[in-house]
Ligand binder design. Structure first.
Ligand SMILES: [Zn+2]
Length: 450
């Protein structure tokens, strides 16, 4: 389905605060060629029953964390004890088994309506830290995995240099570390050819101010600016990270990144949970985006970041599933609103169309696909149709469809997905990966111990 096609949508969100009825969308190759409202249904058009949305962008993913689902829910602990479990899986990855696990994880994303992923990638080298013969074997495996799952990828390659300020990497972290920011930049440069062959795009990341000293963060920021790459960084997810930065440098993580030249409209702060008022001004005032990962932040007990205040002050908000404790963009949207309700005691912080924009157009822009995430002429042809016929979505006909989608639908309601003009999900089944649950189980078993 990569040439031309026509889709007749019973309902579609083409922007604004409500859905339209009887929308005819024509595609040519991977682009939307025409959008007609109030159309008749042509006999040759694919009939999309339900509500059709633009594709979702999962703006923050670590694909291998998918193997942790369930395993990390036994017993008690904190972010830091969870991290030990995560490091055990990181140590078991090879380019071959990571390809399998990532392809299955991205296929699960596609089933949930995700058409593009920002993969924040940091497991670069062999166990023990020596590079693979191809220093980008892992990154290449991730790009191939996304292509084979029908999901576009931005490989956001993370610079990771130390365990804590002034302390060398240890344990699993030796796989994450390049020798210097310059060595990281050289490796990233070698990835450009493979990315274009696989239809992927590249991004740059400062893993965190814990793992990258300020002078090295400057190198990453300068390279991303010189090449127009999205720049991402984990920011103040934990109070402990803020304390480390203050003790080592006398600045907050946000202040450090500002000094390194890492803030601006091409940058995205991931989490932004524990911010001072000054941090908020620096982030929003510079137009730096914010990627909230609400289900991961809930899972890890991180806290609730000031998403609404940041958005009102000028920071575009997008969403990521990060650790994949769940893979459900609807849960991420709903949690953005519900987390605010729990801490404020008030309802209605985000309009449904704002939640949908966070999951679609803002997310795509944050990972370097600004031409995706909206149903308009010239946009990348991503269509995600929610089946409205389930009991859980039964409501008065046509009433408040966007509210129903953003606050009551779930991943299992996604019936049909076109990504870059290509059919990826039909009738709730992935058309490129058969028996996905079995594929997930075996690829998880390959990287975990009983
Ligand atoms: Zn993360």
């Amino acid at each position: 389905m990569n040439s031309s096609a026509r889709y007749f949508c019973d309902h579609a969100w083409v922007g604004g605060a409500s859905a339209e009825a009887d929308v005819l969308i024509s595609t040519e190759g991977d682009r939307i060629a025409a959008v007609g409202l109030g159309a008749d249904r042509p006999a040759d058009a694919v009939h999309l029953r339900g509500l059709t949305l633009p594709g979702f962008a999962n703006a923050h993913s670590h694909a291998f964390h998918r193997a942790l689902r369930g395993r990390t829910q036994a017993g008690r602990g904190t972010f830091w004890t969870w991290r030990e479990e995560m490091y055990r899986v990181a140590d078991a990855l090879t380019p071959e088994n990571y390809y399998q696990l990532a392809r299955a994880t991205y296929a699960e994303m596609a089933l949930a309506g995700v058409t593009a992923v920002g993969e924040f990638h940091y497991v670069h080298h062999r166990p023990g830290g020596a590079p693979y013969a191809d220093a980008n074997a892992m990154g290449r495996a991730l790009m191939a995995a996304a292509a084979d799952a029908g999901v576009r990828i931005t490989l956001i390659d993370a610079c990771y240099l130390e365990s804590a300020p002034g302390r060398p990497v240890e344990g699993a972290q030796v796989r994450f570390a390049d020798k210097s920011a310059e060595a990281w930049a050289q490796r990233l440069g070698e990835l450009a050819g493979a990315a274009s062959v696989l239809g992927a795009r590249l991004g740059a990341a400062v893993h965190s101010v814990r793992a990258v000293p300020p002078k090295s963060a400057e190198v990453v920021a300068a390279l991303s600016e010189a090449h127009g790459l999205p720049l991402h960084f984990h920011l103040s997810e934990q109070v402990g990270e803020n304390e480390m930065a203050q003790a080592a440098y006398g600045l907050s993580p946000t202040e450090l990144l500002r000094t390194a030249g890492a803030l601006g409209p091409g940058s995205t702060a991931v989490h932004a949970t524990h911010l001072s008022a000054h941090d908020e001004v620096l982030l929003a005032g510079s137009g730096t985006g914010t990627c909230m990962c609400p289900t991961t932040e809930q899972d890890l007990g991180d806290g609730v970041g000031p998403a609404r205040r940041l958005a009102l002050a000028g920071s575009p908000i997008c969403l990521g599933s990060d650790s994949h404790a769940l893979l459900d963009p609807f849960m991420e949207m709903r949690s953005l609103e519900y987390d605010e309700r729990l801490i404020s005691g008030a309802r209605g912080h985000w309009a449904a169309h704002e939640l949908l924009a966070a999951a679609t157009s803002s997310g795509h822009a944050a990972i370097g696909w600004p031409e995706a995430g909206h149903l308009s002429v010239g946009a990348i042809a991503d269509l995600v149709t929610i089946d409205l016929s389930s009991p859980g979505l039964a409501a008065r006909a046509d009433d408040h469809l966007l509210e129903l989608a953003a606050l009551s639908a779930c991943a299992a309601d996604v019936a049909f997905v076109v990504s870059s003009g290509r059919l990826v999900v039909a009738e709730g089944h992935h058309v490129l990966v058969d028996d996905l649950a079995t594929v997930l189980r075996s690829s998880i078993s390959a990287v975990t111990m009983p």
